[in-house]
Design a protein. Structure first.
Ligand SMILES: *Cc1c(COP(=O)(O)O)cnc(C)c1O
Length: 497
């Protein structure tokens, strides 16, 4: 491992103050941590302390321990971000050392970091969105529907190579309509990837149907073909085949469609592809979201492109998408008096938001490149740490690396939380991998098919949850932001290793 810059801050308290000045410059932090023979923190030394020593003409031999001053304000490793913020504000200090149970400094939080939060995946606007939005205002197309809705549908469809698309108010709304279009009825079952965000499967319940959860496989972190096959065999035996299978493409990467689709075809079960996280990814040259009978994208604020909130449903079948548009606008029959024969929803995207989407779509290729670059920087920075197992990208897959995720080999939830706490202390937003749906209280009792039947290697999703972490991954992260994440994660891993 390369030396931790934090280690450069530690100096023996017996160091004469004149020698400390050079160390201060080398650390470039404006602070040093003077430690005693046992490695305990005796005091912090700021450049202000050294300046005063100079002005007071203190003898060169005066040690750091002898400088005037008082015991430093410190926190222990359980300190939360809020506690640190309060401490910094209350005392007007710029650095807070973190000490272990024996009083040895293990970390330091700066006021500057806390004022510059690093988000996991924040919106990143391009140059053209405002022009589209201004056009919507100028032309008074503020009401839902309008030329940008049509344009966004056409352009997104062309981008992913699916001929028909319906712009909707959210990815969740698109999932709900997708299930209705696949005729999911109360009492039906629907299979769904377990390792996902809850919006993949809540719409199953909206339809009055019951989910059956399918594990992930280690090679893609997406739906396990082995688990799906066993689940379909079971369902066929019980004479309860699912109405559809929701295949999720996690964290910017497609599932193994060549293995999953033939299984579904064998049993005549259609696939609803949840591509909310994978717009811009490809699988064997084809766009993620172009494989299911119906597929869904999301433009929520944290996704790779955003309309602040929104979704899209795509399908090859024109009538399916026409029906999605009808159901999303209260299911009006073509009559001036608002005739209704079925239940509809208010799920359509507005023309203003579609304008934002058109601008965002134009920068999607750059967003993919930026996120992949973020991932490459992390991978290179941690190349020497074998315990970090990045989400794999098998041959033939091209992930967007929407989120840069890894699992710590041999790691558990305790270590994961310790790492997340330490990042959060520095105002760096990171998260565990999605908590699998089969472990959610909401879905307790739902059937679950693990990747392997033997205990070891079974429940891949559960293991990834325990050991997995998603790092800041936004396309607008600066190199300085990435350095901060890398430095902090290294320091933490060194301590937990
Ligand atoms: C974000 C997301 C959704 C829901 O999309 P919204 O636009 O937020 O409603 C569905 N599935 C997955 C996997 C997601 O990540």
């Amino acid at each position: 491992m390369t030396p931790d810059p934090f280690e450069l801050l530690k100096v023996p308290a017996t160091l004469p103050w004149v020698e400390a000045a050079a160390r201060m410059d080398a650390s470039a932090q404006g602070v040093l941590l003077a430690i005693d023979g046992a490695g305990r923190l005796l005091r912090t030394v700021t450049d202000g302390d050294l300046r005063r020593a100079l002005l007071q003409h203190l003898p060169d031999t005066t040690t750091l321990a002898q400088l005037p001053g008082q015991a430093p304000l410190t926190v222990d490793e359980s300190a939360t971000l809020a506690q640190l913020q309060a401490l910094i504000q209350q005392h007007g200090i710029s650095h807070v050392p973190v000490v272990d149970a024996d009083g040895r400094p293990v970390d330091m939080v700066t006021a500057r970091e806390l004022s510059q939060r690093i988000w996991m995946s924040s919106p990143h606007l391009g140059d053209e969105e405002t022009a589209f939005v201004e056009d919507a205002f100028r032309s008074n197309w503020i009401a839902p529907l309008g030329p940008h809705v049509d344009g966004f549908e056409r352009e997104l469809g062309a981008y992913v190579g699916v001929p028909h698309a319906a712009a909707l108010s959210s990815g969740t709304a698109a999932m709900h309509l997708g299930l209705i279009l696949l005729d999911v009825q109360p009492g039906d079952t629907v299979f769904c990837s377990s390792l996902t965000f809850v919006a993949s499967c809540n719409p199953i319940r909206y339809c009055g149907a019951q989910p059956v959860f399918i594990d992930a496989e280690p090679g893609t972190w997406n739906m396990s073909p082995a688990a799906l096959e066993r689940a379909l065999e079971w369902a066929a035996r019980e004479n309860r085949l699912p109405r559809c299978v929701i295949v999720v493409n996690l964290y910017g990467q497609s599932a193994d469609m060549d293995a999953l689709l033939p299984l579904c075809e064998r049993y005549g079960v259609p696939v609803l592809e949840d591509a909310a996280e994978s717009l811009g990814a490809t699988y064997k040259g084809r766009a993620s979201g172009s494989f299911g009978a119906i597929a869904v994208y999301s433009f929520n604020g944290n996704k790779i492109i955003t309309t602040s909130g929104g979704g899209m449903l795509v399908a090859r079948d024109e009538a399916t998408v026409a029906r999605a548009r009808k159901l999303s606008t209260q299911a009006r029959e073509p009559a001036a008096h608002y005739e209704h024969t079925e239940i509809g929803f208010n799920y359509r995207m507005s023309n203003v938001l579609a304008g934002i989407g058109r601008g965002q779509l134009r920068v999607l290729p750059q967003r993919v490149e930026s996120r992949r670059r973020v991932f490459d920087i992390y991978r290179e920075a941690f190349a020497d740490i074998a315990r970090i197992e990045w989400m794999p990208e098998p041959e033939g897959y091209r992930s967007t690396r929407w989120l840069s995720c890894f699992a710590l080999a041999g790691g558990g939830a305790q270590e994961r939380d310790r790492i997340l706490r330490s990042l959060e202390r520095h105002s760096i937003e990171a998260r565990p991998v999605w908590k699998p749906m089969h472990l959610q209280p909401l879905y307790a009792g739902a059937p679950y098919f693990p990747h392997a039947q033997h205990a070891e290697g079974g429940d891949v999703a559960g293991r990834l949850f325990d050991a997995g972490i998603c790092l800041p991954s936004g396309s607008n992260l600066s190199d300085a932001d990435l350095d901060r994440v890398i430095d902090q994660l290294r320091r933490t891993l060194r301590r937990t290793a």
